[in-house]
Design a binder for this molecule. Structure first.
Ligand code: SF4
Length: 445
């Protein structure tokens, strides 16, 4: 039975040291009781208390780590069904399949492509998190696993159902701590023994939810610590339903056999469908999605869905409010301001880059709101804009006194001219995508 906050509190050090990022031990105990924190988030709990509390206070979904120490991909320990209830903690990772039928040369070329699938969006790095190596069907399963492991800069998943093949491959790369995928009713005993003896994570799939529950319990009984629930994608609606049911059972009913993160191996008729379906699973609780293709146009839509879902809705997405230089600007370069909402700032910055006109962009602190919201919420004013320009010593950077303001704030023009040294205020475009035409067409004319 779950422990109450008070029962948990009695076993804590009661020093209120705040190392768990909560103000008091009581607050921490309440969050552990509500399954929003794990006991391990307190670094000072005694071993004795830990063993007393561990089972009852274990988070409803286990944290699973794939890969070697120092380069692990972590998934799980989610606490809510819906992002607005708190936040989602560990973003879904994309795994790209390295097919067994590829020649060694082609397999290495694909791994290289995966290694280089790194993209920037609104100041964050998006990348492929795992290489999923099909060892079954490869001429030399252990050799293929080793070849990919040596080239890959990211953790591995080993794909296969034959126990002998998987044993050879897993032993060959056990130091990389790959995920063994996939155990089912036909091989659960040997796969669970392998995962347990090598201390590797194991992905388990079942023909029904009842079977899946039996298989994860069996794997746990054999000593497997890190388990993933894996699903196929022959029926999109069914898979989404199972992803939702297992998550709900874990988080709302504390049903231990489903208390693990999930993964989906996507199968689709073409790359477009793979991208759409992969994004749907990523949006609905899959901790890992395995796809075939590694083209940026296919990966980026999935990554963007994940990025949007896994931002913390309670923390404004901001950049530092300061002066940014884009493209090595000089004393005659344009000066503009925008808000410090990440999406707004990076939209402006990328369009300035695209214009090839070096410029200064001053990000004004609006507590993470875009231009219109900031204006409506009284988070931006002429006074604040002028003060930020002064604090950032923008006037010392340029000879002119022209300031481009957002097209959504034309009302600021006269007051800025009247109250600051910026005597020529130019009303810029209303949307970022108009910036290149605006700068190349208007600046210095
Ligand atoms: Fe209390 Fe542990 Fe949190 Fe410190 S880290 S306040 S001891 S619960």
């Amino acid at each position: 039975m779950a422990l109450t906050g008070m029962q948990i509190y009695k076993l804590l050090p009661k020093t209120n040291c705040k190392d768990c990022e909560l103000p008091t031990c009581m607050a921490f105990a309440m969050q552990v009781a509500a399954k929003q924190k794990a006991l391990t988030d307190c670094p000072h709990v005694s071993e004795e208390s830990k063993s007393e509390l561990s089972e009852a206070s274990a988070p409803p979904m286990k944290l699973v780590k794939i890969g070697p120490e120092g380069g692990q991909f972590e998934i799980g320990q989610e606490t809510v069904m819906f992002r607005h209830e708190e936040k989602f903690h560990r973003p879904c990772g994309i795994a790209v399949r390295i097919q067994a039928g590829l020649s060694d040369e082609d397999a290495l070329a694909k791994v290289d492509k995966v290694n280089n699938s790194v993209f920037e969006r609104v100041g964050q790095t998006l990348k492929v998190e795992l290489c999923a190596v099909e060892v079954e069907g490869a001429k030399d399963p252990a050799g293929r696993a080793k070849l990919v492991a040596e080239k890959s800069k990211i953790p591995l998943i080993l794909i296969g159902k034959d126990a002998g093949v998987m044993k050879a491959a897993a032993e060959a790369v056990k130091d990389k701590r790959p995920l063994i995928y996939r155990a089912d009713a036909s091989n659960i005993d040997s796969f669970a023994e392998l995962a347990s003896s090598l201390k590797l994570p194991l992905a388990v799939t079942g023909g029904s939810l009842e079977e899946l529950s039996d298989l994860t319990s069996k794997a746990k009984d054999k000593g497997v610590e890190d388990i993933l629930l894996s699903f196929d994608t022959e029926d999109l609606a069914k898979t989404l339903r199972w992803l939702t049911i297992t998550r709900r059972a874990a988080l709302k009913k504390n049903f231990r056999p489903f208390g693990y993160p999930s993964m989906v191996e996507v199968s689709a008729k073409d790359a477009e469908e793979e991208s759409v379906v992969g994004a749907a699973y990523a949006a609905k609780y899959a901790g890992i999605v395995i796809v075939d293709n590694a083209e940026p146009w296919e990966l980026i839509p999935i990554m963007v869905v994940v990025q949007n879902l896994y931002t913390d809705p309670q923390v404004p997405n901001t950049v530092e409010a300061k002066l940014y230089e884009v493209g090595n600007p000089g004393e005659n370069s344009p000066v503009m301001f925008t808000t410090n909402f990440s999406l707004t700032y990076f939209s402006v910055e990328s369009e300035v880059e695209r214009s090839k006109v070096p410029a200064y962009i001053c990000a004004v602190d609006t507590e993470g709101l875009g231009v219109l919201n900031a204006y409506a919420g009284d988070k931006i004013s002429v006074e604040k804009v002028v003060k930020t320009l002064q604090e950032q010593k923008v006037a010392e950077k340029v000879k002119h006194r022209k300031l481009i303001i957002p097209g959504l704030l034309p009302i600021f023009r006269a007051e800025i001219e009247d109250t600051s040294e910026w005597k020529e205020v130019i009303i810029g475009p209303e949307t970022a995508r108009e910036i290149p035409a605006f700068l190349t067409g208007n600046w210095n004319k």
